[in-house]
Design a protein around this ligand. Sequence first.
Ligand code: CO8
Length: 256
Amino acid sequence: MDKPIIVERQGRVVIVTLNRPAARNALNSEIMRAMAEELAPLDRDTGVGCFVLRGSDKAFAAGADIKEMADKSFSEMYNDDFFAAWDRFAAFRTPKIAAVSGYALGGGCELAMMCDIIFAADTAMFGQPEIKLGVIPGMGGSQRLTRLVGKSKAMDLILTGRMMDAAEAERCGLVARVIPADKLMEEALKAAETIAGYGKMATTAAREAVERSLEVSLREGILFERRLFHSLFATADQKEGMAAFVEKRSPQFKGE
Ligand code: CO8
């Protein structure tokens, strides 16, 4: 049987490929479990500086697996806390880039939004079409999409179930960059290598600070940022980064 995900390490970057191309990478429980379990040790590894998550050319992921969910009862969904392990992926502290080609729909769009940066191929299509199935987004879409693109656009997508293309996704702030499809991985890897080349304590702190801005008031967020900033002066990487600048050389970060 094919593995649900393929995990490849390239130096300090880990490429994760969703591996159900024939099912448009529909996210079933095997993929969810593999993502949570196989990636957790890599998340904790100071030698890993960035994840890049991708699907196939046709689909990043076309949502949760409808065939797996269709016959479930409320009590099965509730008692299993169905799909809760995706929260573990979302909570990884290593920076994560989603490299999206083709469809990112429903849980696929939600998975991309669990990443820190979304790069979209010019072929990418985003949407939250759950309404067409008689349900609503269930992996954070109603919350994360609204924070990222605002209420009106989120309502438009979630209530109509329509798709938006990469250009619209970039315009509304969902996507950081739109890239020609054949250059998507090259660009994503370049950015991942840049991020992974910095000290991991600083990149972890940076993403934690930005994430916190989505949760708290401006005053609380600024205080959180300042305390994190202060705390980085206890790291060897801060000493090395600033010494390297003064000495006009490249820093050698250790993630300590
Ligand atoms: N689930 C299961 N199978 C799927 C899914 C899916 N989401 N998407 C595609 N497939 C399967 C198709 O059934 C088909 O299988 P088969 O070959 O056996 O017939 C195969 O993939 C290829 O699909 P298509 O022939 O439809 O391929 P196209 O390229 O013509 O179309 C689309 C691609 C547009 C992506 C189309 O497949 C589609 O609309 N898919 C469904 C999209 C959708 O509705 N996604 C939302 C799902 S619900 C969801 O994500 C909720 C998340 C929250 C859950 C959390 C619970 C707590």
